[in-house]
Design a protein around this ligand. Structure first.
Ligand code: KG4
Ligand code: ZN
Length: 337
């Protein structure tokens, strides 16, 4: 079955076609970053309007690229949450409308389940069960993944998500939104000069807290002349603190659960230093590390099409009502019937 996936939860309109036999057939994305950069963050109403402009041309481009006619499509998956409510409604309305026109089922997918299972799109996918570190702009979760739809949250951030912390620190360093990838680039020129804390690692448990690192970034910056080298050194200290915090918590979680496979996913999993450090940890713990390809770390349509395909194939269906959720805890999901 070929499934069309539509992702519009935040500031990227992303569409993909996934075939259960052949894998991802095509995927396209339009980023709104330039529009929101002026405001230093996502403006929800601008996001909704921009999704309306781009979603149908992107679907056309996917069909054209894959050489697939609409009659070949067996289902339409869309992100039903969590995310910006107006942005979600655009994807949901388009998905439901197309599915009704084509006489196929539509299915709402959880955005974080999409990120969580994105590594399964790779040629060497992880087997269930596995430990997942899900790190995006809105979430920081350590999840025990039993199988499709059975997720136990072992730890999460009590304040800022990792990506959010990257973006806020980047803004202090004078980098434009979203600053995560730029902070990572700046850190490459940095030296080990400042020592930032590894939050919440001095006590048992798997919870995270990243808001304090903002304060450290601010004070470190105030105590320097704020030269380019100073900023690079601070970016380095920040990135090391985040990466090492994740290493400590993932080590703990691997030991506690006895799991032998570690998956990282979500936008921050594109961070090279974090991947490097977690690869070393996996080796130390005789575990295997699995990451999505870089373009499937950040928001994309393929992960939504994929989860939709799995759940539709298992017989999951929903009614015609249009319902999206701004908030939606991952561990309230259930397996398909
Ligand atoms: O998963 P994602 O695309 O969207 C959400 O679901 O939130 O994640 C976006 C987040 C942003 O905060 C962005 O700054 C961060 O991922 N990010 C990175 C890197 N690439 C993206 N953070 C650190 N290093 C990177 N290379
Ligand atoms: Zn995301």
């Amino acid at each position: 079955m070929i499934v069309l996936g539509i992702e519009t939860s935040c500031d990227e309109t992303a569409v993909a076609l996934y075939d259960a036999q052949r894998g991802v057939l095509s995927h396209h994305l339009h980023s709104q970053v330039a529009q929101h950069a002026t405001y230093g963050g996502v403006v929800p109403e601008l996001a909704s309007r921009d999704h309306i402009r781009h979603v149908l041309p992107l679907i056309d481009a996917c069909l054209r690229d894959a050489g697939v006619g609409t009659s070949a499509i067996g289902g339409v998956a869309y992100t039903a949450g969590p995310g910006l409510i107006g942005a979600l409604l655009v994807g949901a309305a388009v998905a439901k409308g197309l599915a009704w026109t084509w006489g196929v089922p539509a299915l709402g997918v959880h955005h974080m389940e999409g990120h969580l299972l994105a590594p399964l799109l790779e040629t060497r996918p992880p087997r269930f069960p596995f430990l997942a570190l899900l790190v995006s702009g809105g979430h920081t979760l350590l999840v025990h993944v039993e199988r499709l739809g059975v997720y136990r949250i072992l730890g999460e951030s009590q304040d800022d998500a990792a990506g959010e912390a990257f973006d806020k620190a980047a803004m202090m360093l004078g980098l434009s939104y979203p600053g995560g990838p730029q902070l990572a680039r700046l850190a490459e020129q940095g030296r080990a000069r400042f020592q930032f804390p590894r939050p919440m690692t001095d006590r048992p448990g798997l919870a995270f807290s990243f808001s304090g690192l903002k304060t450290y970034t601010y004070h470190a910056l105030q105590n320097t002349a704020q030269s380019q080298q100073d900023k690079a050194d601070i970016a380095y200290a920040f990135q090391e603190a985040v990466a090492e915090t994740f290493v400590i918590k993932c080590r703990r979680a691997l030991q506690q659960t006895g799991l032998e496979r570690l998956v990282i996913a979500g936008g921050v999993s594109a961070n090279r230093r974090l991947r490097e450090r977690l690869a070393a940890l996996a080796q130390e713990c005789s575990a295997e590390l699995y990451c999505p390809r870089l373009e499937f770390c950040t928001d994309n349509g393929a992960m939504i099409a994929y989860v939709g395909a799995l759940r539709l194939a298992a017989g999951q269906r929903e009614d015609q009502a249009l319902s999206v959720r701004a908030r939606w805890p991952l561990d309230t999901l259930t397996p398909p019937p």
